[in-house]
Design a protein. Sequence first.
Length: 196
Amino acid sequence: MKQPQLVLASASPRRRELLAQIGLDFLVQTADIDETPRPGETAEALVRRLAQEKSVAVWKHRAQMQAAALPVLGSDTLGVLSGELLVKPTGFEDARQMLRKMSGQQHEILTAVALTDAGGTRVAVNRNRVKFRVLTDQEILAYWRTGEPQDKAGSYAIQGHGAIFVEHLEGSYSGVMGLPLYETAQLLGTAGIIIF
């Protein structure tokens, strides 16, 4: 087994899959942070702060444990529709209301990536526009029953069944999944981690 090149501060299987896709060897260590939006905090400021806090928290914890000083990658994803945050649903009714609002509309997906190492923390934000086709109530219920939307920001997964709702995507597919690979590679390069 190769030596890990970095630590991923996320339990997301999608982020692990995307890092593995580009051939990186990494450890996974999650951070328990408060993800509550602050009063007046914009979606971009929130997603940027959460990615940074995850990255810094894991970096500090590893330093306290005297673990190898590997760069730590944190990430967070939020959806926005008409100024309203599209976060993970609290249950079916919450998901149904979100998906109904998104039906036939365009929403924005913001994913922030933060990299912390001995040189500090650097953050990049990726923005995407996603247009949904019109959804029926029957489709929303059937989709909920797949289990897929239950832990996803915006109540859908573009890499799964939710892809059939996407009429148009403007931006980064990997960014909508939860880890924009272009921005991630740029940040990793600043820590001396080259993909090829």
